[in-house]
Ligand binder design. Structure first.
Ligand code: FAD
Ligand code: S2G
Ligand code: ZN
Length: 489
C-alpha cells in the first residue's frame, strides 16, 4: 500500500477469491470491484476523513444485522481473511480504513434504536446509529447522549465506543467507560456475546464490556450498546473569553470550577493561531475584538436558567475585575451559543485547508499544557521548516494548540502546505519523547490506529503491552481483526 511503505502485507492472510465474494453475496449486500463497483465507490471506504490514509480493499460488506456479522466473521476466521470494521469513518488515526486489501465491514446498516427507558435513562441501540441521530432521539424524551464531538453528524455510537471517544463534555458526563453499561459484540470466530446489560451494578465476574471500549475493532465487532443517558439540561449558557497568558487561563479554569461547580459542562482552550485560521477560512466576525494569545469557551448545563446565568455573570465580573480575562461575552441566545461553539468546533475543518495537517491528540499535566506547542514551534523553526518572514518557503504553515483543557487533553496540530517526510521525522518521535518525559499519553482520545501504533511504548510499559498481546491472541488467534494497527503483535 503506497500510504504505509514501512508495513508489509502479512502473508498469513488469504487473498480474496471469486468464491469468497459469492459466499458473502449470499449473506448480505456487498460493494466489490469483482461485481462492477467503481474505484470511486470503494474509495469512500478506503480513504479516511483526513484523506491521509488510503487502503486497497476490493470488497466492502454491508451486513444488515448481528447474525450477518456472525456468519461473516466465522467465514473470515476460517478462511484467514483480514477485516476492518468501519463505522462513520471519522477516525483520525487511520483505524477505520484498510492498510492493504483487508475486507471492510461497514456498520452503516445496523442503525436501529432498540429501546429507551425514560425512567432509568437507559438507551439500547445498534452500533451503526449515528451519534447525532441517537442524541436527537433522546432529546425527544428529555435526555441527551453522554458524549458530544465535532463529528456527531457522521460518527457511529459503535465507533465512539470502539475508540472510547472523549469529546467536548467529558468534563461533565465522564468517559464511556463509565456511561456504557453493556455491549453486544461478535467475536472473531462468529460467537455472539450478549452483554447488553441494563444494570448499573453487576459484580458477577470480569466486566467484559470494558475490554471492547477503546478496542478499535481488534478483538471483535460491537453490534449494539446499552448506555446510561443524562437528563437534557433545561438551561445551557456559553461564555467566550480572551485571555492574555496561559497562567491566567489556569486561574480562569480554577475559578470556573469553584464558582460554577456542578453546572460546568465544558472548558475548551483555543490559541490565537486556531482563531485566526477559523476567521480567515470562514470569514466570520470574531466574537471579541481583543487579540490575545488564548481564548476560552465555557459552557454551563443546569436545571435553573436564572440561577445558572446569575452564577455565570458573577464569574464573568470576577474574571474581568481581577484581570484574569481581558475581554468576555455571554451568549444571549441559542443561536449565539451555537455561533460561539462554532469558533471551537470549526477548528478541525479549517486545519487541513492549507494542504495537510499533522495531529497530536495528547494528555499532558495541566501546568505544561501549552508548553508543548511552544517547544514544537521552536523545534520546527530551528530546523528551518516553519514558515516565517525570514523563511517564506517553510512548509509548516503554523503550530497551533487547542482542546479539552478540562480533561488535560491538548490537540497539537501542525497545518502544512503538503505532507512531507521531513516534517514527520522532525515531529516524531520529538513529540512522543516530550510526552514520555512528563508521563503523559501519546493518544488521549483518538486511539492508536495505524498512526500511533508504533509509538505506544512512549506511554505504556512492556508488561502492560504483553498482557494486551495475550488478550488479543486469546480473542483473535488468527489476527484477522484490524491488523497492522493498535498494539502490534
Ligand atoms: P471509524 O472512524 O469508522 O472507526 C474508528 C475505529 O473504530 C476503527 O479502528 C474501527 O475499526 C473501529 N470501529 C468502528 N466501528 C466499530 C464497531 N462497531 N465495532 C468495533 N470496532 C469498530 N474524537 C474524540 O474522541 N473527541 C473529539 O472531540 C473528536 N472530535 C472530532 C471532530 C471531527 C471534525 C472529526 C472528523 C473527528 C473527531 N474525533 C474526535 C475522532 C472520531 O470522530 C472518533 O474517533 C469517533 O469515535 C470515530 O467514530 P466512527 O464511527 O467514525 O469510527
Ligand atoms: C477536537 C478533533 C480532531 C482534531 O476537535 O476535539 O478531537 O484534532 C478533536 O483536529
Ligand atoms: Zn477532541
Amino acid at each position: 500500500a503506497d500510504s504505509y511503505p514501512e508495513i508489509k502485507r502479512d502473508s498469513r492472510f488469504a487473498e480474496l477469491t471469486a468464491d469468497d465474494v459469492k459466499h458473502f453475496q449470499s449473506i448480505c449486500p456487498i460493494l466489490s470491484s469483482e461485481t462492477g463497483n467503481s474505484e470511486d465507490e470503494l474509495n469512500a471506504f478506503n480513504i479516511d476523513w483526513m484523506r491521509k490514509y488510503r487502503g486497497q480493499a476490493r470488497l466492502v460488506l454491508k451486513p444488515k444485522n448481528t447474525e450477518d456479522i456472525s456468519k461473516i466473521l466465522k467465514y473470515c476466521n476460517e478462511r484467514k481473511l483480514a477485516v476492518v470494521p468501519q463505522g462513520g469513518n471519522t477516525g483520525l488515526v487511520g483505524g477505520g480504513v484498510p492498510v492493504f486489501d483487508e475486507i471492510v465491514i461497514s456498520m452503516n446498516a445496523l442503525n436501529n434504536i432498540r429501546s429507551f427507558d425514560p425512567v432509568s435513562g437507559i438507551l439500547v441501540a445498534d452500533a451503526g446509529v449515528i451519534l447525532e441521530t441517537a442524541d436527537s432521539h433522546l432529546r425527544k424524551h428529555g435526555h441527551i447522549f453522554p458524549l458530544d464531538l465535532g463529528a456527531k453528524g457522521s460518527c457511529h455510537i459503535g465507533g465512539n465506543v470502539a475508540t472510547n471517544a472523549g469529546g467536548l463534555r467529558l468534563l461533565r458526563y465522564g468517559s464511556l467507560h463509565g456511561t456504557v453499561l453493556g455491549v453486544e459484540a461478535v467475536l472473531p470466530d462468529g460467537t455472539i456475546l450478549d452483554d447488553l446489560s441494563l444494570l448499573r451494578k453487576n459484580n458477577t465476574g470480569y466486566d467484559l464490556k470494558q475490554l471492547f471500549i477503546g478496542s478499535e475493532g481488534t478483538i471483535g465487532i460491537i453490534t449494539a450498546i446499552s448506555v446510561l443517558c443524562p437528563q437534557m439540561p433545561k438551561a445551557q449558557n456559553v461564555a467566550f473569553f480572551a485571555v492574555e497568558s496561559f497562567d491566567k487561563v489556569q486561574k480562569t479554569f480554577v475559578k470556573a470550577k469553584q464558582q460554577l461547580s456542578e453546572i460546568l459542562s465544558a472548558f475548551e482552550l483555543m490559541d490565537a493561531g486556531t482563531q485566526s485560521l477559523v476567521a480567515k477560512v470562514t470569514g466570520k466576525k470574531r466574537p471579541l475584538e481583543s487579540q490575545t494569545p488564548f481564548y476560552v469557551l465555557i459552557e454551563t448545563s443546569g436545571s435553573n436558567p436564572e440561577h445558572d446565568s446569575e452564577k455565570l455573570s458573577t464569574l464573568l465580573e470576577d474574571l474581568m475585575e481581577s484581570g484574569d480575562v481581558t475581554d468576555g461575552t455571554l451568549a444571549e441566545s441559542e443561536t449565539q451559543a451555537r455561533e460561539l461553539w462554532g469558533w471551537r468546533e470549526g477548528i478541525p475543518e479549517v486545519l487541513g485547508h492549507g494542504g495537510g495537517v499533522y495531529k497530536y491528540d495528547v494528555s499532558i499535566p495541566l501546568a505544561e499544557f501549552y508548553t508543548l506547542v511552544e517547544d514544537t514551534r521552536a523545534h520546527l523553526a530551528s530546523q528551518g521548516l516553519l514558515k516565517s518572514e525570514s523563511n517564506p518557503d517553510g512548509v509548516v504553515i503554523d503550530v497551533v494548540g487547542y482542546g479539552h483543557m478540562g480533561d488535560s487533553n491538548l490537540h497539537l496540530n501542525i497545518p502544512v502546505s503538503q505532507y512531507d517526510k521531513r516534517i514527520e521525522k522532525a515531529l516524531e518521535p520529538f513529540v512522543y519523547i516530550w510526552i514520555q518525559k512528563r508521563r503523559g499519553s501519546i493518544s488521549a482520545e483518538h486511539g492508536l490506529g495505524v498512526a500511533k501504533s508504533e509509538f505506544v511504548g512512549y506511554s505504556r510499559a512492556e508488561t502492560e503491552l504483553g498482557v494486551m498481546r495475550m488478550l488479543k491472541k486469546l480473542f483473535d488467534p488468527n489476527g484477522i481483526m484490524n491488523p497492522y494497527k493498535y498494539i502490534k503483535a
